[in-house]
Design a binder for this molecule. Sequence first.
Ligand code: AQP
Length: 338
Amino acid sequence: MPRIFSGIQPSGELHIGNYLGAVKNWVALQHQHESFFCIVNYHAITIAFAPDELRRRTRDMAISLLASGLDPARCVVFVQSDVPEHTELAWIFNTITPLGELERQVQFKDKAGRQEQVMAGLLNYPVLQAADILLYLADIVPVGEDQVQHLELSRVVARNWNARFSPDTPFFPEPQAKLTPTRRIAGLDGQAKMSKSIGNTIGLLEPPAVIWDKLRPVVTDPARQRKTDAGDPEKCPVIYPLHKAFSPAETVTQVETNCRGAGWGCIECKKVLHANMEAELVPIQVRAAELHSTPALVDDLLADGGRRARAVARTTIDAVRDRMGLDARSVRAAGVTP
Ligand code: AQP
């Protein structure tokens, strides 16, 4: 059974871009694969953060993932810092990753441009990501489109390490990205991707009234100045893609007809979307509220996930150390007392 791994940063509230681009896919895939889903708090500290807030957001992220449908009986849900092998493997991979590969990563250039001072951790972010994935020897990585370049780097890392330390039979698989039909959800500004750090998001757990306040002013096809103007759904950057994600196929067809034929105004169209979003999100919000009232249960689930993940990670690291001459056994074999 191919193994899958994916991660999400506890850098803010889980938003519908994360949900549609990644998490919804994880929920479906957990039934078909041995699956590891990680809250990547070591990634989240590559930009400014407050420790107490990070702690709270880590548990909140776990609640959102569990409420979305990740089932610890079917998959491993855990926190990255509970498995120290992630940083150990990342260091090893840093020694075989050319600097130029990191400097040309689009996400690095984008995030670095928004920082006053750029730390080395931001540059090395994709190396840690390669370690996250390869530690579990994962073949498939369900992610949004923004992560495709990082995945390419993970393949380069796997290839470089295999060529050097396991040339006859590749030890690490070269993981493949698995995208959803909603691989890139635009933010409420209609331009940048929806992103926690930009703040152009709709949170998965935001009450329907708040979601409506956010949807109402969202830009639609600029050619539609009045309700009677015909529009083009393809030029509607936020609402039409969200209809495709949340509304049934027959509603999407109605949206297309009523936009092109000026049958519905944009507010009417947004109301239909809002109702369909409410139908999908409210049950998740109810489950999240229940989990919020039992924080000890959530912590126990994460601790158990950490133990299960660590057992797998340990096996990989032992094999890596062995092949690289880093294990105590090889030191002893050379006649040196450690
Ligand atoms: N707008 C998006 N559309 C589709 N997929 C998205 N993802 C993120 N934004 C969108 C996918 O969600 C998963 C988890 O993302 P992450 O939080 O680990 O990192 P990110 O991509 O950097 O997400 P954000 O919201 O933009 O966080 P910040 O602002 O903290 O960096 C990934 O699979 C991602 O592709």
